[in-house]
Design a protein around this ligand. Structure first.
Ligand code: G3P
Length: 217
């Protein structure tokens, strides 16, 4: 499963990239606002920093507006994935932009039918928001499983990009469910290697090793 970082904070992206954890980046208007940065500038900087797909979201609600914004974003770098919302205009824009050879990430997906439409529109990625379904007491991971089944039933190549990831359990559950990608806040990615028994076991090994009085080098 690929790990994307869900942030517009360049410093976090660079830090995680050093750990070999960054297969791509996703942003959205809320994350851009949080960064306090100029949208075009920060997207351009992120695209230069990572080799993988970088999702940048359109904000127009109409087909023509999405095309204009998507084409402008697509010109920033070759690794741009244009994000469009899962609406009829977004699906139409997805088809046109993918036919023009651009990567498209269809976002704000909350149902299997929406994901089916995105795949039929040629989406490169579909972004089901797991956490936001959990927030209203629905099973977000069940949606990932359903999309996986549907896509495999018909051989759709659209990649399932599990989004709205709230913690480490979502990451392992998304992998078990067959997601192609999990896009995670930096804080979640940083916790993935942590386990209290690892810390306890390492401390015990080192205590016993010190007692031997030996050195390896
Ligand atoms: O990429 C989508 C993600 O940023 C949404 O996450 O926590 O706002 O539901 P959240």
């Amino acid at each position: 499963m690929k790990f994307f970082v869900d942030t517009a904070e360049v410093s976090d992206i660079l830090e995680l990239d050093k750990l070999g954890l960054v297969d791509g980046v996703t942003t959205n208007p809320s994350l851009v606002k949080k960064s306090g940065r100029d949208f075009i500038e920060v997207i351009r900087e992120i695209c230069e920093a990572v080799a993988g797909p970088v999702s940048a979201e359109t904000v127009a609600l109409d087909y023509e507006g999405m095309l204009a914004e998507g084409r402008k974003l697509g010109q920033l770098a070759s690794n741009i994935a244009i994000k469009v919302p899962l609406t009829w205009d977004g699906l139409k824009a997805c088809r046109t932009l993918t036919e023009e050879g651009r990567m498209v990430n269809v976002t704000l997906c909350f149902s299997a039918n929406q994901a089916l439409l995105a795949a039929k529109a040629g989406a490169t990625f579909i972004s089901p928001f797991v956490g936001r379904l959990d927030d209203i007491n629905l099973d977000g991971m069940e949606l990932i499983r359903d999309i996986r089944t549907i896509y495999d039933n018909y051989g759709f190549e659209t990649e399932i990009l599990a989004a709205s990831i709230r913690g480490a359990n979502h990451v392992s559950e998304a992998a078990l469910a067959g997601a192609d990608v999990a896009t995670c806040p930096p804080a979640v990615l940083k916790t993935l290697a942590s386990h209290p028994l690892t810390d306890k076991g390492l401390a015990a090994f080192l205590k016993d090793w010190e007692a031997t009085g030996q050195k390896i080098v």
